[in-house]
Ligand binder design. Structure first.
Ligand SMILES: Nc1ncnc2c1ncn2[C@@H]1O[C@H](COP(=O)(O)OP(=O)(O)OP(=O)(O)O)[C@@H](O)[C@H]1O
Length: 602
């Protein structure tokens, strides 16, 4: 239940990948972006008028101008302030709309990529990391797009225009305004060099906390029964301590950056007052010019402040976007189907070995051929590798070495959609999702009509759908529709009918159900399996008895392969298994006259 090992983390996009993703987000909606840019520049330009007009007013007062001139200047001041306000509002409105659309695209792409992730990747990485990426990382990027982005853009434009305006007032003042730039540049550079890795580490540590909490909640029953509270709390404490350390590292970066920046942007005003005072005393410039330049420099404080405030947000969102884009790296790599179509449904396993842990093979040189329509039973002691072989055949994991092909095409190169049309693994885990019965069934066949959905339910004897208050549209999370294990399994099996794969791999599909439920489930299963290739991991040997062939797995190797009768005659491991099983369990099954995992009566 501990979190995933570091090398199993979901990947993170590099700086280039993040730049590309940002550019794609921006350029997708070019017209909206152009509107935002235009309104922002106009709003910033309107803001430049006030210091100019105030300087002019000071000069006019000094020159003894009449109230008419001063009134006109004051009216212009108000008009520009109003224009700046209105243009600024429109710019923000346009920027918000643009940002919401960009965020919606980002979310949709993330959901598409997440749903296309190979099951094994999600299992290995753990759901906590994926949850953090889909919640707090997407929210962080959302805040940047919606709030920080537009504000930063406006601040950037304002800064440039104000610097230009100061230079126009007096080039010397332009130089004074830049006096803080070197220290701002140096401090920012220092910060940015360290910030990416520090914020990424912060994100990972955050994920690890979620991962640990999710694992404890998922395994609450096990924690309770084995008395693991102390260990789980210690594990949680460790993760929180790591997260605390990571946060402290980012805090340390900010405690260096911000004071340097605060000092640096106070410097220009001091320089302008100093130089302006000297030049005024020399008679080179009027007091109005000094006032204008000082007001401009003061105006510079606001956008610089905003840039400062958002620098951390930008770093956070940079790291978050890297993590969001990282999910695409797996999907893109995994989702590279060869485009080849299998010629038939023959499954060939050639020299397959597999290990979960380096150097410990749980399957060794397995070679096996399953013809279309065949019913093959996999038997063997616990831990022999049966489920592992089932997962490899279903393409959930890729074999460490060797090849598995369906109709001549490697399972790994079939592509998720084609693979699911060919092979489906049915286990005892059958998840019912929040939503309606229709939602739950349509997962397997999004285009299926009501008639097809109902036919699939009929095929697995799920006639209880007629008793539901809203039929297919009944929400399964309401108390009236509460589903027991048998009904949940029927839904899972109806999904298999809808997906209509040629090959079904059964792994403990009915093992956890109580006997009466299991009987019903096995009847449903019989309907699902009709006409398909079936590879059944057989826990009850009556399944093996009725299979066309039986493969015996021991210690990761196939030690016997043949029909039930041939293997009994051979007197090897299968005969021994059969003899040990054929005692009370076989008699019970025979007395109950119950159908086996293949839907036949034993
Ligand atoms: N995800 C995993 N990571 C590491 N080891 C694993 C993993 N899954 C299975 N194993 C190991 O691989 C070996 C084969 O397991 P597998 O579940 O395939 O056997 P099995 O024959 O299906 O056993 P059972 O009948 O008990 O389900 C076992 O030693 C098991 O502990």
């Amino acid at each position: 239940m501990s979190g995933p090992a570091d090398d199993r983390r979901l990947p993170v996009a590099d700086a280039r990948g993040v730049r590309r993703a940002t550019w794609e987000l921006l350029r997708h909606d070019r017209r909206a972006l152009a509107l935002v840019v235009t309104l922002t520049v106009l709003a910033a330009a309107a803001g430049l008028a006030a210091p100019r007009l105030l300087g002019e007013i000071v000069d006019q007062v000094e020159a003894g101008a009449g109230t008419g001139v001063l009134d006109a200047l004051a009216a212009a001041l108000v008009a520009f302030a109003a224009a700046q306000f209105l243009l600024g509002r429109f710019a923000y409105y346009a920027a918000h709309r643009f940002a919401e659309r960009a965020l919606a695209r980002l979310r949709e792409r993330f959901v598409d990529r997440t749903l296309a992730l190979p099951t094994s990747v999600v299992e290995h990485a753990g759901s906590g990391d994926l949850m953090t990426r889909s919640s707090s990382d997407v929210a962080t990027v959302g805040t940047t797009l919606r709030d920080a982005g537009p504000d930063l853009f406006l601040a950037g434009v304002q800064t440039l225009l104000i610097l230009g305006a100061i230079t126009l007032v007096d080039p010397l003042f332009g130089l004074c305004a830049l006096v803080g730039a070197p220290s701002i540049w140096a401090a920012t550079r220092w910060y940015l060099r360290r910030a990416r890795s520090a914020y990424l580490a912060d994100g990972h540590a955050n994920s690890a906390v979620s991962e640990s909490l999710a694992a404890t909640a998922d395994g609450a029953g096990t924690v309770e029964s084995l008395g693991l509270h102390g260990r789980r709390i210690a594990e949680g404490d460790r993760r929180v301590a790591d997260s605390y350390d990571a946060r402290r590292r980012t805090l340390r970066l900010r405690t260096v950056l911000y004071p340097v920046l605060e000092f640096s942007y106070g410097l220009p005003l001091a320089m302008i007052l100093l130089v302006g005072g000297v030049r005024y005393l020399d008679g080179a410039i009027g007091v109005g010019t000094v006032v204008t330049a000082s007001l401009y420099v003061l105006q510079l404080t606001d956008p610089l402040d905003r840039v400062l405030t958002y620098l951390e947000q930008l770093q956070r969102s940079n790291a978050s976007l890297a993590r969001i884009e990282g999910v695409g790296l797996i999907t893109d790599a995994a989702d590279a189907p060869s485009g080849e179509t299998p010629v038939d449904d023959r499954i060939e396993v050639v020299d397959v070995s597999h290990s979960y842990v380096e150097g410990r093979n749980v399957l060794i040189d397995v070679t096996l051929s399953v013809r279309p329509g065949e019913r093959l039973a996999l038997v063997g002691p616990s831990g022999a590798g049966k489920s592992t072989l089932g997962r490899l055949l279903a393409g959930i994991d890729a074999p460490s070495t060797g090849n598995i092909t369906v109709g001549g095409v490697a399972v790994a190169r079939l592509g998720a959609a084609e693979l699911r049309r060919r092979v489906v693994l049915v286990t005892q885990e059958h998840h019912v999702f929040l939503g309606t019965l229709r939602d739950n069934l349509s997962l397997a066949a999004p285009e299926a009509s009501d008639t097809r959905l109902r036919a699939a339910l009929d095929a697995v004897d799920a006639h209880w759908v007629d008793e539901l208050p809203d039929g297919l549209d009944t929400r399964l999370d309401t108390p009236g529709a509460a589903l027991d294990a048998a009904r949940s399994q029927q839904i899972a099996l109806a999904r298999v009918v809808l997906a209509d794969p040629r090959t079904v791999i059964l792994d403990e599909a009915t093992a956890l159900l109580d006997p009466s439920t299991a009987r019903q489930a096995e009847r449903s299963l019989a309907a699902v399996l009709a006409g398909r290739t079936v590879i059944a991991i057989a826990h009850r040997l009556h399944t093996a008895h009725d299979a066309d062939r039986v493969a015996v797995l021991e210690g990761g190797r196939i030690t016997e392969l043949g029909s039930h009768d041939d293997l009994l005659d051979a007197g090897g491991p299968y005969a021994a298994l059969w003899r040990s099983w054929h005692g009370p369990a076989a008699r019970r099954a025979a007395t109950a006259g119950r159908p086996d995992d293949h839907g036949r009566n034993s």
